[in-house]
Design a protein around this ligand. Structure first.
Ligand SMILES: *Cc1c(COP(=O)(O)O)cnc(C)c1O
Length: 401
């Protein structure tokens, strides 16, 4: 018998606004409308038959659009509370598309501590093409204002920043750049749409390395851009299809599958990170812990206002930099590897890994030095992660008293 509930094309009943926890599981389409498949099929097809001249099923050629990729784009757009989603073959593919919205001669203000690959793309490539960048501590609004020039067309931030966990006021940055007719881009990789929605706070684009929390299992590379603007949709979609750094059907499916557990993963990672940050802070071999969930973090109140969680990332300084090699070698459960956001806890040494592309003087002034470690907290039991850090720090103390 018909229950009388009306469904729209998405398959969702109309009578309720679903929570992000639910939307993460089901995405933009509750089930496959053709077959009823619960898991979005992998449309592993490069091309699609045209019904007739000038006719299309909506899908013609996979570089341009593909049903599996579209399901992912729509799901992430839904979670980011945006209208349009675009999926790229990696986070850097997404950053590359964003930078093409600007022109030689334009000036952008960029968070000074951000993903090293973004720094390299802007500074090694785009700077030589005639773009200008100012690297600024964007958690200090006065410094953003001071960096503004008549040719400033964009602000590109990470908040919390990578790896120093500084928090930038998204609203204020958006207001400032909008007065000049420019764009605010927020790399929202660290908190994921589950904890932070930059578009709701005035950003023009939210960007993700989907490789991290969205896919969540250290098994696929992906990049996403979500935005609300019909004016941006044409140029962004144009770059996506013209340059071809699009996400393939199978990696789209892996990311969709990861996304289903985004909420429970983020909740566990957030909880684990809070416990581990507190434990590290009390350890005698640790000098300082960078974590936005501490009530004495410089932007604690702002962070709690613009985000719904503190995330799963914890950076810290060792008191003795000579302990770094021993720590990286001695962790047994935690893996010494470059990346973040997956279910496995990973320890990264930014100086030699993620931030190697950043010149020494700039790295040191932002605090990325030989004492700095970055821990991406996984979903393992927090006691096991702490026990691993504890035994590794005992090795450090023994080798370098
Ligand atoms: C990893 C990362 C990127 C780059 O993403 P890829 O998927 O590795 O290309 C960009 N921004 C942040 C914050 C990242 O952590």
């Amino acid at each position: 018998m018909n229950t009388g509930t009306t469904r729209d094309a998405s398959g969702y009943p109309h009578d309720r606004a679903y929570s992000p926890r639910t939307l993460a599981v089901h995405g933009a389409q509750l089930f496959d409308p053709v077959t009823g498949a619960v898991s979005t099929p992998v449309y592993q097809s490069a091309t699609f038959r045209h019904p007739g001249l000038g006719q299309s099923t909506g899908f013609d050629y996979t570089r341009v659009t593909n049903p599996t990729r579209k399901a992912l784009e729509d799901a992430v757009a839904l979670l980011e509370k945006g209208t349009y989603g675009l999926a790229f073959s990696s986070g850097m593919g997404a950053v590359s598309a964003v930078i093409k919205l600007f022109r030689p001669g334009d000036h952008l203000i960029v968070s000074e501590d951000l993903y090293g690959g973004t720094y390299r793309l802007f500074n090694v490539y785009y700077r030589t093409y005639g773009y200008a960048f100012s690297w600024v501590d964007t958690s200090d609004f006065a410094k953003i204002e001071a960096a503004m020039r008549s040719e400033t067309r964009g602000i590109f931030i990470e908040t919390p920043s990578n790896p120093m966990m500084k928090v930038t006021d998204i609203n204020r940055a958006a207001d400032l750049i909008h007065k000049r007719g420019g764009l605010l881009v927020v790399d929202n990789t660290f908190l994921s749409p589950y904890f932070q929605n930059p578009l709701e706070r005035g950003a023009d684009m939210a960007l993700h390395s989907g490789t991290k929390y969205l896919a969540g299992h250290n098994d696929a590379l992906a990049g996403l851009i979500v935005h609300n603007s019909i004016a941006l949709e044409e140029p962004l979609r144009g770059v996506q299809k013209s340059e071809g750094a699009t996400l393939g059907p199978f990696d789209s499916w892996l990311t969709l599958r990861g996304l289903k557990t985004l909420a429970i993963r983020m909740e566990r990672q957030n909880e684990n990170a809070g416990r581990i940050a507190g434990w590290l802070r009390a350890h005698p071999l640790i000098e300082k812990v960078f974590y936005p969930g501490f009530s004495d973090h410089p932007q604690y109140r702002l962070s709690r206002e613009q985000a719904r969680g503190d995330g799963g990332m914890v950076s810290f300084y060792l008191k003795n930099p000579a302990h770094a090699p021993a720590l990286l070698r001695s962790v047994r459960l935690i893996l010494f590897a470059e990346s973040l956001g997956g279910v496995e806890s990973l320890l990264t040494y930014p100086l030699a890994q993620t931030h190697q592309a950043i010149p020494e003087a700039m790295r040191l002034s932002t605090g990325v030095n030989e004492k700095l470690m970055r821990l991406s907290v996984g979903i393992e039991d927090a006691d096991d992660i702490i026990a691993d850090l504890e035994q590794a720090l005992i090795v450090c103390a023994r080798e370098q008293p």
